[in-house]
Ligand binder design. Structure first.
Ligand SMILES: Cc1cc2nc3c(=O)[nH]c(=O)nc-3n(C[C@H](O)[C@H](O)[C@H](O)COP(=O)(O)OP(=O)(O)OC[C@H]3O[C@@H](n4cnc5c(N)ncnc54)[C@H](O)[C@@H]3O)c2cc1C
Length: 433
């Protein structure tokens, strides 16, 4: 490795080193502080290509970040060159075609705010601060997922900078392999400097949280399944069983989004309100742009999370109930089906389209990092009823997580694409399949 000096390349790039203003902010992600040798903040695809070339030539490890919400810490750099894409966050909307061209460093909160005046929105995640980059590269499970599918199902094109320095426009017709790969194949096939989505027409939605008595989790899970899985596709909900924490007792929460007139969603929502004694509810009609929330991690807080895709038959429900009863674990089920399942498996690199729900287990970790951090007691019994893994909700991105996330045929195709566009593995060092 050659020691990077301020070269011609660096002279035109915006570069930060330790001690510079903004270095710490650029290096910090949701999972903690980073300490790369250099931070480059590109303003164009050409600058992304130049920075990647610089990293490759000098033998520096390359880490790419957008909003830094990777639960597996994939955007936290501890060496080499960190490419901070957050300066590339332009959003251009064409109301006639509903095409939104979104910079690779934008957040979903910025997207929602830019689309709202046009009566448009994109079903993406639930959190304003999450990046368009990481969420889209993983799939994107949002509040209108049952009606419009995953975020990637609304993607119509992208601009990708490959490790070889090419700046490519990709779509179903041009570089279809790369287009397939950026729809769920994770980081590793290139740096996406622009995502082109066809937005959905959406103004207001019925949205809010119903808080319920959690004492009968099996009844809750069964009732939620019956209310949700066959429901109108405009209804997307998440049931979370929250354990007691400190002085706060356990509770169940159903987060609800109905993308339609209130009267048309009322019967389905009433069914949810009958799942268990209601402790509170704040359902109301709101602009879709306002339903994305901000996530706050207390300083030093750590989480471990895993998930699987499953149908909620009696055995799966019992295993989820046992997991919650074991204590200390947040157990969530997110509704899928609908439009997700109508896209053929294989059409995108996200391969888990047939299950009716995704189950997620999450624990807050005390103290210093330890070897058992990833262990969620009772999870294995749930995992036996599911298949696959959503890497975006996984705090592990090791070999076993990658093998769960990508079936062999998907992985093989990803490997071929990466061999073609990144033969030296510049981008594949960080959790790529
Ligand atoms: C509080 C919270 C709420 C969440 N809610 C949801 C949700 O509702 N639905 C959902 O589907 N997911 C959700 N997620 C998961 C989220 O999709 C992932 O954490 C995602 O990786 C975050 O993307 P990011 O761009 O913010 O992260 P980053 O950490 O910046 O990036 C994540 C990965 O993508 C790569 N990357 C990012 N941008 C680019 C780019 N433009 N080109 C190439 N590679 C890039 C990075 O190198 C890294 O490997 C949530 C996560 C958190 C922490």
């Amino acid at each position: 490795m050659t020691t990077p000096e301020l070269s011609t390349t660096a002279a035109v790039l915006s570069v930060l080193r330790r001690g510079d203003d903004d270095y710490a902010d650029a290096a910090r992600t949701l999972v903690g502080e980073g300490y790369p040798e250099l931070v480059v903040r590109p303003r164009s695809a050409a600058e992304v290509a130049a920075a990647m070339h610089w990293a490759g030539e000098s033998g520096m490890a390359l880490t790419v970040r957008s909003a830094g919400h990777s639960m597996a810490g994939l955007s936290r750099a501890t060496e080499g060159l960190l490419l901070d894409l957050r300066g590339m966050a332009d959003i251009a909307v064409d109301p006639a075609t509903r095409i939104a061209r979104i910079g690779g460093g934008a957040t979903w909160g910025e997207v929602a705010a830019a689309l709202h005046p046009h009566g448009l929105g994109i079903t993406a995640g639930d959190t304003a601060g999450v990046g368009v980059g990481g969420l889209t590269l993983g799939g994107g499970i949002g509040w209108m997922v049952r009606r419009y599918g995953l975020a990637i199902d609304s993607l119509v094109g992208a601009q990708v900078v490959t490790a070889a320095g090419e700046i490519l426009e990709v779509s179903a017709d041009v570089h279809p392999d790369l287009f397939w790969s950026v729809r769920g194949g994770g980081a590793g096939s290139g740096v996406v400097t622009r995502f082109d989505f066809r937005a959905q027409q959406v103004t207001e939605v019925v949205f809010g949280t119903i808080v319920l008595d959690p004492s009968d989790p099996v009844r809750l899970l069964t009732g939620w399944r019956d209310a949700q899985c066959g429901a109108d596709e405009r209804l997307t909900t998440v049931l979370s069983l929250m354990p007691a924490m400190g002085d706060r007792p356990g509770m169940a929460m159903v987060q609800v989004c109905f993308d339609g007139p209130e009267a048309e969603g009322q019967a389905a929502i009433d069914q949810l309100l009958r799942l268990a004694p209601v402790l509170s509810s704040d359902l109301s009609v709101r602009p879709y742009a306002e339903v994305l929330e901000d996530a706050h991690m207390p300083p030093g807080a750590r989480v471990t999370a895993t998930n699987t895709f499953l149908d909620l038959d009696a055995a799966a429900v019992a295993a989820l109930g046992d997991l919650y009863a074991g204590g200390g674990t947040v157990v969530s089920v997110r509704s899928l089906g609908g439009a997700v399942a109508r896209v053929p498996v294989g059409e995108t690199a996200f391969a888990h389209r047939t299950a009716e729900a995704m189950a997620v287990a999450l624990r807050f970790l005390p103290g210093e990092p330890g070897p058992d951090d990833a262990v969620i007691p009772g999870w294995q019994a749930v995992a036996e009823h599911g298949s696959g893994r959503y890497l975006n909700f996984s705090s592990a991105a090791d070999e076993s997580a990658l093998a769960a996330a990508y079936p062999p045929a998907t992985r093989e195709r990803l490997a071929q694409i990466r061999a073609e566009h990144d033969p030296d593995g510049l981008l594949s060092a960080r959790g790529a399949a």
